[in-house]
Design a protein around this ligand. Structure first.
Ligand code: MRU
Length: 372
């Protein structure tokens, strides 16, 4: 996507093909800092510390992590066991986004099928690049399939503004291009529809206020940042036409893990008869789990993310303590929205209902695998 006239993506392989470049998302929106990732440890740090975040981007970063693991294998460790161990380390960086394990396993299995070191390195690079390209294309298609939902509301409203609410950042910063939840929004905007986005600030790390607002603003999309608790009120007063969010892991039965607070938005949307859509590429489906609430591991992060707020103060980025320093804090990063609260999924293969039958209608190749 364009930022101040320049093409920018959240991750790319440097020309010399030994360094992965990423935007350090911890510094946005106040600074655009590019970091170099050269080792598996760098990749793990970037995922853990949320230099990169968002399910598809975590997957792509992890895929490049496998490439770096192969590229940098020390002479004395040149066997597959070492590589498999490095891949396990990458997979344990963050638990909730299923794209992480999916991408690592995808690249690893292709690499293990190769014989020579040269073939392994080339395969890892190509496979990671393949995932990168696929996720870009998936998001473009999600935009195409989701666009008519917004267009239809615009027609029903006689051309007046379509108000979309989103949570966290499921934009291009969380993917490679277009985003998932934002792809239909960007497409609607680019086609000249009058759209406005309510952006949940998304405590504790404020991915909405810092990242989604920055992205939308750079693209020229009208938006307003709201506190995480404002959505219900806006819905009661007809100020939200549709909710579109992303997801970190979605069961093949339709339960959705996404940033903490998503569930409450879905409850409020249901109570107010507002369509609630989840946009996701197929890499975010978990084909093995059936009960999201019981089975999806919810990441608990450092309590200091809740205790401190980070922001710009007199041209310097600072952390400020909010509660009494001694008060205990819990920091659950995700919650699960049950399928019954969801109107539909927007995927790269089209829109489906949040049911096993309809998901498998779009992904029939998953039916025979004995996973479901
Ligand atoms: O903790 P984060 O910032 O990685 O959480 C991200 C989200 O919850 C996104 O909504 C989700 O990954 C979908 S990204 C297209």
């Amino acid at each position: 996507m364009k930022v101040d006239g320049k093409d920018l993506r959240p991750i790319w392989l440097d020309e010399n093909t030994t360094v992965i470049k990423v935007i350090d998302q911890r510094c946005l929106p106040h600074e655009v800092v590019i970091l170099d990732l050269k080792t598996v440890d760098d990749i793990i740090m970037a995922i853990k510390e949320m230099v990169v975040r968002g399910a598809p981007l975590i997957g792509v970063t992890a895929a490049y992590g496998v490439y770096l693991a192969v590229l940098n294998i020390p002479e004395e460790n040149i066997d597959d066991d070492y590589l498999i161990k490095e891949c396990s380390r990458i997979k344990s960086a963050r638990p909730t986004a299923v794209n992480l394990a999916w991408a690592v396993d995808n690249v690893l299995s292709a690499v293990l099928a190769q014989k020579t070191t040269y073939q392994k390195i080339e395969t890892a690079r190509q496979q990671a690049q393949h995932i990168y390209n696929d996720e870009t294309e998936n998001c473009r298609k999600i935009g195409e399939y989701g666009f008519p939902l917004i267009e239809q509301i615009g027609i029903q409203k006689g051309g007046s503004t379509v108000n979309i609410l989103t949570h966290c950042n499921a934009g291009w910063l969380a993917c490679i291009e277009y985003g998932t939840a934002t792809a239909p929004i960007y497409m609607a905007f680019d086609k000249g529809l009058d759209v406005h986005v309510w952006v949940d600030e998304t405590r504790p790390l404020n991915q909405g206020a810092r990242l989604t607002a920055w992205e939308l603003g750079k693209h020229g999309v009208k938006h307003t940042i709201i506190t995480d608790n404002a959505g219900g009120h806006l819905m009661q007063h007809n100020k939200v036409d549709i909710v579109i969010v992303g997801t970190d892991r979605t069961t093949h039965t339709g339960d959705v893990a996404n940033k903490i607070g998503t569930y409450l938005k879905a409850l409020a949307a249901k109570d107010n008869h507002i369509p609630f859509y989840v946009a996701l590429p197929s890499s975010t489906f978990d084909w093995t789990l059936t009960n999201g609430i019981m089975e999806i591991e919810i990441e608990e992060r450092d309590p200091d993310e809740v205790r401190y707020i980070r922001g710009l103060d007199n041209h310097k980025i600072r952390n400020v303590l909010i509660p009494p320093a001694e008060s205990p804090v819990a920091n659950f990063a995700f919650d699960v929205t049950p399928a019954r609260l969801i109107t539909g999924f927007i995927t790269e293969r089209g829109i489906c209902k949040p049911t096993k039958a309809d998901i498998l209608r779009l992904f029939p190749e998953k039916t025979g695998l004995g996973l479901c």
